[in-house]
Each structure stands twice: as C-alpha cells, then as structure tokens.
Write a protein that binds this ligand. Structure first.
Ligand SMILES: Cc1ncc(COP(=O)(O)O)c(C=O)c1O
Length: 376
C-alpha cells in the first residue's frame, strides 16, 4: 500500500509509532476542509461548526463502541491527558499510581500536577523482560494501598511496546474505588476498542497515530459519571457545541483553530473500513513483525522482552540492544542507511522499536537487518 501514502519512497519508514502517517486520500480530504474554511471562515467555524464536529464525533464513537456524548476531540494525547489530570479531584495525601514505562511528557505532567496539589506520584517498576500479563497485574496490585486515588498506565507503552491488560486493571481499580486513567495513545486503529464495555473512568487516545488521521486529532472518553466534571486547561467561550455536559460544552470550542484534522477523522476511519484493516492489514503486519523480530533477535543476540503473546502489540515491537553506547544509532541508521526507527535509553537498557504499517514491505525490514548487522 506504499503508493497510498505520502511517505518518501527512499526511506525504510519503520516508525509509524512516533507520529503516524496519513493516507493520500485522507490527506486530500483534510486539505479540502482547509480550503473550505478559508473560502468562508464564518460558515465553517460558526454556522456549521456544531454539525461538522458532531458528524466526526459520531463516526469516532461508532468506531470506539461508545456513546458520542461521552467522547470529545482534543489536539493530541498529551493535551488529553492534561485535560483529564486537571479535572481529577486529588489533593494532599493522595497517591497517583503509575508505572516506569510511561511516555516522558505524560510522566512529567503527573509530576507537575503532584507538586501543585501535594499528591504523591508512585511509579511501579516493571523490569524487562516481562513474563506474562499476570506479572504486570501483580506488580501493580502489590503497590495499592488506601492512599491510591488514581491508577494510570499506557494501553500500549511507548518505548517498550508492552500491551497492558487493560480490562483486568480497570476492574482492579474499580473494585478498589480507584479512578482509572488510560493513556491509549497507541491503541486506536491498532487494537479493537470497546470503550463502553471497558468502562474506564478516562480513556485518552490518538487519532493521528494508528487511526491514520492528519496530525492534531485525538480524543478523551469519560465514563458517564465524569462527563460533567471536566475542566479543560483552556477556558474559552464554551456553550457552542451540541451536547449538555461540560465534556462537550467546555472543550470543543478552544478558541479559533483549524479543525480540519478533527473533521478528517471520519475520512480516516472510512479508509480503515474500506481496506478491511482489522481483518487483513493488521494480521499481515503482525506476521511480518513476528518474522522481523525473529531475524532481529539473531542479529542482536538478545532475549525477547515479551514472555507471552498477550503482551505483544500487533504492529509495534521493541527489542533490546546489546551492552554499549548507542547514542548515535538513530542518526546513523537514518543518515547512512535511510532507515527510520527510534532508539530509547531506558532504566532497563537500550531499546529500539520497530513499527509496521500497511505501507511497509519485507524490503524495509531487510534493510534494517543488514544495517544493524553492519553497525552492531
Ligand atoms: C504512550 C504515549 N502517550 C502519549 C503520547 C503523546 O502523544 P502526542 O504527541 O500525540 O500528544 C505518546 C507519543 O508517542 C505515547 O507514546
């Protein structure tokens, strides 16, 4: 499917995870919306704003299997996590329980919130490799005490690409009366979601990663009990959209902005549907990823970090690098081999991450393998 995307053909682009990539037809729809906006800004941003947002929101809600009035668009997952955190009733003496695999910006946000509110941030250590999901659950449950008010973790982690047992952990939280906040930046479009059934207190997801929308589109979903407790970091006019809860009334109009990426989320979902994404494309990517992982483990001579299948994300895997200094690996791979992958220094060692999307071929993986053979 490479010609369906706008990516530079000479690059072995194995880093969909960082910023996604938008199909040509979805990008064209997005540009059409931008032109329509410039043609008559008042028509677009005032007269027709509520119905345009509503259409995109309903399409997203269908895709996520949730009620359209429990989900709102935001510009990215970072903003969404901030929006949720600022709405939480936490204070001195409360603990926010998280893991040491969280995305850096989000971890930093929790730290800032704790220093403002007097709450404590506790990071559960999850050493690599991980044997099975139950080990993740046990590690978290062990750290729960009566001060824990919030449990927050990534559905699929950023550097380690670990798929967390989200249903089980939401249930653990619910039973203990703890608020669950899921950072699903990498999940929508990669794993099937049913947010109604999951019933987490808050679920934040990106559309511009695996859902293939243009950049600047993400969402916050809240359980029904929270829709009126939302306090966005940006206070604007409010009361401009359809809906009755603070989730929609306070959040959808955030001042003048280009909402074209948000509206194009409906086109991105239509693209996934028309290409049978979950039945065909993702299983193909998973098969290629499995083979790539096997070949890469031979080259790195390292153990896999996933002890069981349930920990794997369908299109993204991270691998350990041997001992050594890999500060230049990311740049070398790009400059000398035109291979795009991220390299992460973590407390559990250096990792690199391979993302596979519809536009990748075996040749991309072969190029990475031969580059790593040279460089390691
Ligand atoms: C787990 C996780 N959370 C949040 C984010 C932030 O996403 P964004 O840059 O779209 O805000 C990322 C980005 O890669 C991520 O991996």
């Amino acid at each position: 499917m490479k010609p369906e995307f706008l990516l530079a053909p000479e690059i072995a682009y194995l880093n969909h995870g960082s910023f996604g990539a938008c199909p040509r037809t979805v990008f064209e729809a997005y540009q059409d919306y931008q032109r329509e906006l410039e043609l008559e800004p008042v028509n677009f941003l005032q007269r027709h704003f509520p119905e345009k947002m509503q259409l995109a929101r309903v399409k997203l809600a269908d895709f996520l299997h949730c009620h359209a009035d429990q989900v709102t668009f935001v510009r990215n997952a970072t903003y969404g996590m901030n929006l949720v955190a600022r709405s939480l009733p936490i204070g001195n003496g409360d603990t926010i329980l998280t893991t040491d695999h969280e995305y850096g910006a989000v971890d930093r946000m929790w730290e800032a919130l704790c220093s403002e509110t007097g709450a404590k941030l506790k990071r559960v250590q999850i050493p690599l490799p991980v044997e099975c999901s139950q080990d993740l659950i046990d590690a978290i449950v062990e750290q729960i005490d009566s001060s824990v008010r919030v449990l927050t973790f990534s559905h699929i982690t950023s550097a380690s690409s670990l798929r967390f047992p989200v249903e089980e952990l939401v249930n653990v939280a619910a039973k203990a009366g703890i608020i669950s906040v899921i950072d699903g930046a990498h999940a929508p479009g990669q794993v099937p979601l049913n947010l109604d059934r999951l019933n987490a207190d808050f679920y934040v997801g990106n559309c511009h990663k695996w859902l293939l929308s243009p950049k600047g589109a993400a969402f916050v979903h809240t359980a029904a009990r929270w829709t009126d407790q939302i306090r966005p970091p940006i206070v604007s006019w409010g009361n401009i959209s359809k809906g009755t809860s603070s989730l929609l009334l306070e959040n959808e109009w955030q001042g003048t902005a280009d909402i074209s990426a948000t509206i194009a989320v409906a086109d991105a979902i239509a693209f996934l549907e028309s290409h049978h994404w979950f039945d065909k494309v993702i299983p193909d990517c998973s098969r290629l990823l499995q083979k790539a992982t096997k070949d890469l483990l031979e080259i790195t001579a390292q153990h896999e970090i996933y002890g069981s299948e349930e920990l794997r994300a369908p299109q993204m895997a991270s691998l350990m690098l041997p001992q050594g200094d890999f500060a230049n690996l990311h740049a070398q791979l790009f400059e000398e081999y035109q291979v795009e992958i991220p390299v992460f220094a973590t407390s559990y060692g250096n990792l690199f991450r391979v993302s596979l999307q519809a536009y990748n071929t075996e040749d991309d993986v072969l190029r990475l393998c031969s580059a790593l053979k040279d460089l390691l």
